[in-house]
Design a protein around this ligand. Structure first.
Ligand code: PHB
Length: 369
């Protein structure tokens, strides 16, 4: 039976263990440019089997929070190169998470102060994070405008270009398409946000069209064996909902199976919250079986509230990789701590978003690295 500390392949990536650092928004990239402090933060965590970067905007329009990094200017790509070099120097592997937030944004973050974009002009009842006069705070998202069908190829192209530059210029080992947590691709998938009556709304095949177009474009640009995807079938994050997630996501993984992806990353339950939602039943085992039965060979990555015993059970039941979020905020040497059963540092919520080194690079390792 595999353990968290056994090596595994994810497409083209050979991973020394099965512990993944989940993508974590930290809002420490002023002007969307990654900093030397970010390079230190990721390098401290390089013993993970795989690091997934924080969500990184593929375009200015894809930005939804203050000081989130981007992948759309030369300065941003060079900033990321510093991060990937630092991780590689410590023997690690890092993919970047390609992010378009869709309606989860604010006019102050959008090009020309325009409304954010979405499948339909329906506001998300959720908040975003702005920094005004140096002080961070949460504010209601702005009412979005519906994208025209003519604009969608441009969004696919933004994902394609970001994937190409992430691997070719910024030095990432691969990319993860963010299709979870109520952001743009999840908004297209789910009926609560997608009320279109064109070829991109209505039946499942239409609602999945943008995600699948993006996946094919990104896989071509980065290489399928260097491309992953993150899904969250039932999360209520960012006011997202679909009345029938099971057939929707079974269709999605059946269509993803032939692409030859490195991995499929699944958030089980409510992002950062309960794993079971009484009003949103979902069979995650069936989802994995359907992907496998359809010929999907990518690593199956699970996420949400894992500890060592739960991770062991997941690996025994067909998962290949386990992603840890909050424990990675507070434990740069999480692999070593899980291996030895050492106690974990507790994350401090007050320093999750924005700020500097405090609560970011100053969590202690067992052995100073
Ligand atoms: C968050 O900032 O809490 C956050 C950001 C992106 C996600 C999920 C959560 O996908």
């Amino acid at each position: 039976m595999p353990s968290l500390f056994d090596p595994v392949r994810a497409g083209d990536l050979a991973l020394p263990n099965r512990i993944v650092m989940a993508p974590l928004t930290r809002n420490r990239a002023p002007g969307a440019v990654p900093t030397a402090l970010m390079a230190e933060y990721y390098a401290q965590r390089a013993s993970a089997g795989l690091l997934v970067s924080e969500g990184t905007a593929i375009s200015h329009q894809g930005q939804g929070y203050a000081d989130v990094p981007g992948l759309y200017t030369p300065e941003q790509l060079q900033g990321w190169k510093r991060v990937t070099d630092a991780v590689h120097a410590r023997g690690g592997r890092i993919v970047t998470q390609l992010w378009h937030v869709g309606r989860v944004s604010h006019v102050e973050l959008q090009p020309g102060g325009q409304p954010p974009v979405a499948p339909s002009a329906i506001a998300a009842k959720t908040k975003t994070f702005l920094i005004r006069d140096g002080a961070g705070g949460f504010v209601e998202t702005s009412v979005p405008r519906a994208l025209t069908a003519q604009e969608l190829p441009g969004i696919v192209q933004d994902f394609r270009r970001a994937a190409h530059d992430a691997v070719g210029v910024a030095g990432f080992d691969g990319v993860e398409v963010h299709a979870a947590n109520g952001y743009l691709l999840d908004q297209f998938l789910k009926r609560g946000a997608n009320q279109r009556d064109d070829a991109w709304g209505g039946p499942i095949e239409n609602r999945a069209r943008l995600l699948l177009d993006v996946m094919r474009a990104v896989a071509q640009a980065a290489g399928p064996g260097r491309t992953g995807v993150r899904l969250s079938p039932i999360t209520p994050a960012n006011d997202i909902h679909d009345p029938e997630p099971q057939p929707l996501f079974e269709y999605v993984v059946r269509e993803l199976a032939p692409l030859g992806l490195a991995y499929v990353h699944v958030i089980e339950g409510a992002t950062g919250g309960p794993r079971e939602l009484p009003d949103r039943p979902f069979d995650f085992d069936a989802l994995r079986r359907i992907y496998r039965d359809a010929g999907g060979r990518g690593a199956w990555m699970v996420n949400n509230g894992y500890d060592t015993p739960l991770a062991g059970r997941a690996l025994a039941h067909g998962a290949d990789l386990v992603a840890f979020g909050r424990s990675y905020i507070a434990n740069p040497d999480l692999v070593e701590r899980l291996r030895t059963g050492a106690p974990l540092n507790k994350p401090d919520r007050a320093t999750f978003y924005g700020g500097g080194a405090a609560g970011y690079t100053d969590y202690p390792a067992l052995q100073p690295g």
